[in-house]
Design a protein around this ligand. Structure first.
Ligand SMILES: [Zn+2]
Ligand SMILES: [Zn+2]
Length: 262
């Protein structure tokens, strides 16, 4: 059986503090072979990296979430590149633009976004992009920073418009969908799932948030990515087995530093 990848979760969050080992074991039993625990605060990076170091199939990223763009210590391109030098660090992010909450001033979000994009390019790893209600600015910044296709990455937990999805695909980006695609209200998003080519799709939980149906309302955890993957398989008209193998191949094509799970 093909094993799934949860390409985006937050294992360091308090929600998992009491039973992180159990959460990881349940993911394994559910057929989720690889987990990527994503950094949102540079101050937490050492503990995130430490989680990745406990298990050969857990990887991590380094970066500053747009919510934290004004509150986290200044981190320059060179510092990010140096963090990426660690073998368990496979990408830069999550970073981007979040105009839904606007927790940080927009110009500051953009500045941090650019620094991350440049670090990802220089380090030769993909960027994990968080974008919410910021489609036009995200498209513009990605185009400017991609420098003719030299920036690789993923639009994570995609909830934006079709145009941004297509723009990202044109730049060579992948699109990752979370449990939101199983929500009744997400009909428009399901149309975008159908429009993204199979070879550019990733799946994720964004746990502890956004548990998919039929777990909606519970704390999310990486094992639940199987429900999201099953829903996408149905939308794409492929078997769950095929979708697992395709999305896992996609993941490894993008995140080249991550070794395949045994
Ligand atoms: Zn995010
Ligand atoms: Zn996240």
């Amino acid at each position: 059986m093909s094993r799934l990848v949860d390409s985006h979760c937050h294992l360091d969050f308090e929600d998992f503090a009491d039973e992180r080992g159990e959460v990881i074991a349940r993911a394994r039993r559910a057929g989720v072979g690889t987990l990527v625990t994503i950094c949102t605060k540079i101050t937490e990076f050492p503990s995130i990296r430490a989680i990745a170091e406990t298990d050969p199939d857990i990887w991590c990223t380094v970066g500053i979430h747009p919510h934290e763009a004004a509150s986290q210590p200044d981190t320059d391109e060179a510092a990010l590149v140096e963090y990426v030098g660690h073998p368990k660090v496979i990408g830069v992010g999550e970073c981007g633009l979040d105009y839904h909450y606007d927790y940080a001033p927009r110009d500051r979000q953009a500045e941090v976004f650019r620094t991350h994009a440049r670090a990802a390019r220089r380090a030769g790893v993909p960027m994990v992009v968080h974008t919410r209600e910021a489609d036009a600015d995200t498209a513009r910044l990605l185009t400017e920073e991609s420098d003719g296709g030299r920036l690789a990455g993923v639009l994570h937990c995609f909830t934006s418009g079709r145009e941004l999805a297509m723009h990202g695909l044109d730049l060579g980006f992948y699109v990752s969908f979370s449990g939101i695609i199983t929500f009744k209200s997400a009909a428009d998003l399901r149309e975008i799932v159908k429009a993204v080519p199979l070879d550019r799709l990733l799946v994720e939980t964004d746990a502890p948030y956004l548990a998919p149906v039929p777990m909606r309302g519970k704390r999310n955890e990486p094992a639940f990515v199987v429900h999201t993957a099953a829903a996408i398989a149905a939308m794409k008209g492929v078997s769950a087995e095929e979708l697992a193998s395709i999305t896992t191949e996609n993941f490894h094509r993008l995140f080249t530093k991550a070794a395949k799970a045994a």
